[in-house]
Design a protein around this ligand. Structure first.
Ligand code: ZN
Length: 161
């Protein structure tokens, strides 16, 4: 009996996110110490979820193909193929794909059990940085995610690039 696990990522079913595809490799192999997701994002699509932070969880994004822009409160970083971007715990960032081809990105986070996500975006109604939550809405026949302010319930688009 072996505990080794080999998987074919092309057989996995995507989770629903603003990005085209999110394959939860950690769930597929039963990893317990760290999280690993494989994202495919079309140009303009966000890798979820708006400006957010993980209070006790570090992340590394390794870009395999395409280009991703990571926005921080102070500046932004353009990260291309074979480059990686590290996000210390409790640091706010959001990311979206740019360019003319899809971005494929491996996102590694740890520890897996402390992956609480706090989404904080500027709310135009509250005129402040407020906590948001993703909700699904049907717009022009398409089911999409929007971010809803948890204080005033106003909603903002996730894809605005
Ligand atoms: Zn609000």
């Amino acid at each position: 009996m072996t505990d080794f696990t080999k998987i074919d990522t092309e057989t996995l079913t995507s989770s629903r996110t603003p990005a085209s595809e999110k394959l939860e490799l950690d769930e597929a192999v039963g990893a317990t110490a760290f999280g690993v997701n494989l994202f495919t994002a079309q140009p303009g699509e966000q890798l979820p979820w708006g400006f957010h932070r993980h209070p006790d969880h570090e992340e590394l994004f390794l870009v395999l193909e395409g280009t991703v822009v990571f926005e921080t409160p102070e500046t932004e970083y353009q990260v291309g193929a074979d480059e990686a971007f590290f996000v210390p715990k409790n640091h706010r960032q959001r990311a979206h794909a740019v360019g003319d081809k899809p971005a494929r990105v491996v996102a590694i986070g740890a520890p897996k059990t402390d992956d609480d996500t706090i989404i904080e975006e500027e709310c135009s109604e509250c005129d402040d940085l407020t906590r948001h939550q993703p909700v699904e809405r049907t717009i022009d026949g398409d089911t999409v995610f929007v971010l809803q302010c948890t204080i005033c319930d106003s909603e903002r688009q996730i894809d605005g690039f």
